[in-house]
Design a protein around this ligand. Structure first.
Ligand SMILES: [Fe+2]
Length: 178
């Protein structure tokens, strides 16, 4: 199974990026949901909708349609999970959180298949339809951009609103088996 691939897209110009504190102060936070439809409250894992300038830049950079451009800040390890609502993510790490904050990928039987340490300011495509986890960031929070390509979306929040089907709302970590 294919888990992670480094992509050769350009580095993002520094003037388009916000610092972690600017993200926390300036951008709207994305509401996360549990698989039963309840709001997921995790003060240690925060997702923010990216500003218009950077969103525009990334949409021009990528040769395919983009659904979401988000900043993610996590203070703790992210347990094994599969993302809800998407199977592909294009991640760009701004701050790793530590020296060896590895992303692990697992097979369907939840056995570790790959441990990967992402470089900063480098684009990666991740198979987030596979089980994956992220090690504890030490000593700082982990800070990254996560882009969802349209063809990696398996369902949208709007669709859920129409059908009223609970448990089908885009979020990252609530569908955890641990
Ligand atoms: Fe994830």
């Amino acid at each position: 199974m294919h888990f992670i691939t480094q992509l050769d897209f350009d580095q993002i110009p520094a003037h388009l990026l916000l610092s972690r504190s600017q993200v926390e102060e300036q951008l709207p936070q994305v509401t996360l949901y549990q698989s039963n439809g309840d709001v997921y409250k995790a003060d240690w894992y925060r997702v923010y909708t990216c500003d218009a300038a950077l969103t525009h830049y990334i949409k021009e950079l990528m040769p395919f349609e983009i659904q979401y451009v988000e900043y993610v800040i996590s203070d703790r390890s992210i347990p094994m999970h599969r993302d809800l609502g998407r199977v592909r993510a294009l991640n760009y790490v701004l701050e790793t959180g530590g020296i060896h904050v590895a992303t692990r990928f697992y097979n369907d039987e939840q056995r570790v298949m790959l441990e990967y340490v992402c470089d900063t300011h480098t684009w990666y495509e991740l198979n987030v339809g596979a089980y994956h986890s992220v090690a504890e960031p030490q000593p700082n929070p982990r800070f990254l951009l996560s882009v969802t390509p349209q063809d990696g979306v398996t369902y949208l929040l709007e669709d859920v609103a129409k059908t009223g089907t609970p448990g089908q709302i885009r979020t990252d970590i609530s569908y955890s088996s641990v």
